[in-house]
Design a protein. Structure first.
Length: 139
């Protein structure tokens, strides 16, 4: 089974836009089409962003906490990787590459052009639509 790490921005988009591609990816994961791998640092970043007041217009704090809790208990959770060597234009994204490598993930899924624009990353970085399309092709 394919393994994927999702950038928190994909998870946020999935929660805020239930008809978008990121939400379709979460549905595909819940349907068993791939294994979603997360870490405590990734979940902490997700929770921190969703706790910002600007998100209250889309979901309550309780809904945000419940979403993160469901991911924590349903996805494959692995320990955070050691501090990563710089590999991206944004040092805050380096842990995502390191996490995907530690997880032996087939890919990292991100909507961040700093990550999707990397030359020959290992593992590859897919935009949500590209990953969704690859899942459809594999059916």
């Amino acid at each position: 089974m394919r393994r994927a790490v999702f950038d928190p921005n994909v998870l946020i988009s999935a929660r805020l836009s239930p008809n978008g591609t990121p939400a379709q990816l979460l549905a595909a994961w819940m349907d068993g089409q791939f294994e979603l791998v997360l870490s405590p640092a990734l979940l902490a970043e997700l929770a921190g962003v969703l706790d910002r007041p600007k998100f209250r217009r889309w979901l309550t704090a309780e809904e945000a906490h419940a979403f993160v809790g469901r991911l924590r208990t349903s996805a494959t959770l692995i320990d955070d990787p050691p501090t990563a060597a710089p590999s991206t234009p944004d040092p805050g994204d380096d842990y995502l590459i390191a996490l995907a490598q530690k997880a032996n993930a087939d890919c990292l899924v991100s909507g961040d052009s700093d990550l999707t624009g990397l030359a020959d990353p290992h593992p590859p970085v897919f935009a949500p639509r590209a990953f969704f399309d690859s899942l459809q092709e594999a059916k």
